[in-house]
Design a binder for this molecule. Structure first.
Ligand code: IMP
Ligand code: MG
Length: 173
């Protein structure tokens, strides 16, 4: 069944904002190498686009963890299904997420990554829904702060669909 999707953030706005964040990251990591970790699957569109515009040396890795089933509300349970390929010890890690909602995923993940002794960890998210936060997470780079709506596109899914939309849309259920 096809849901009705209305545009919240256009393709052009997303592209422009990602370039601005990449510019900021390039300044902040001057003289260093940034090791980007994408949280699959949602973060993949954002990380690839972001990394294309970062001008400092950059390496990429991927991990899969989720707290969601096919529901639009967090189940609170973590599913950890793919670990990183490379060690992060001594590296300047930038975790790249699609969206921060309750904060549970990133809270859990950064705690776990910290134990692997990186030189630094920063967080970068395309979208933030601060009104739904359950645990505090300190976010270093945010694309857009959005109201409490269920969004899709640019990596974000509703029942595994709509990740490939080039814009951010709201699902009208
Ligand atoms: P958190 O642990 O509650 O912060 O959940 C973060 C994860 O929930 C994200 O990485 C998304 O996969 C998913 N999520 C949260 N809000 C939305 C939404 O509006 N649309 C699609 N996925 C979402
Ligand atoms: Mg996700």
């Amino acid at each position: 069944m096809a849901e009705k999707i209305s545009v919240l953030i256009s393709e052009e706005e997303v592209a422009k904002r990602i370039r601005e964040i990449a510019e900021q990251i390039s300044k902040d990591y001057e003289g260093k190498q940034v090791h980007m970790i994408c949280i699959l699957k949602g973060g993949v569109f954002f990380m690839t686009e972001l990394s294309k515009h970062v001008t400092v040396p950059c390496s990429l890795d991927f991990m899969a963890i989720s707290s969601y089933g096919d529901e639009t509300v967090s189940s609170g349970r973590m599913k950890f299904s793919k670990d990183l390929d490379n060690s992060i010890e001594g590296k300047d890690v930038l975790v790249v997420e699609d969206i921060i909602d309750s904060g549970n995923t990133l809270h859990y993940l950064t705690g776990m990554l910290q134990q692997r002794k990186p030189n630094s960890i920063r967080l970068c998210t395309l979208l933030d829904k601060p009104s739904r936060r359950e645990v505090e997470v300190s976010v270093d780079y945010t694309g857009f702060t959005i109201p409490d709506a269920f969004v899709v596109g640019y990596g974000l899914d509703y029942q595994q669909r709509y990740r490939n939309l080039p814009y951010i849309g709201v699902v009208e259920l």
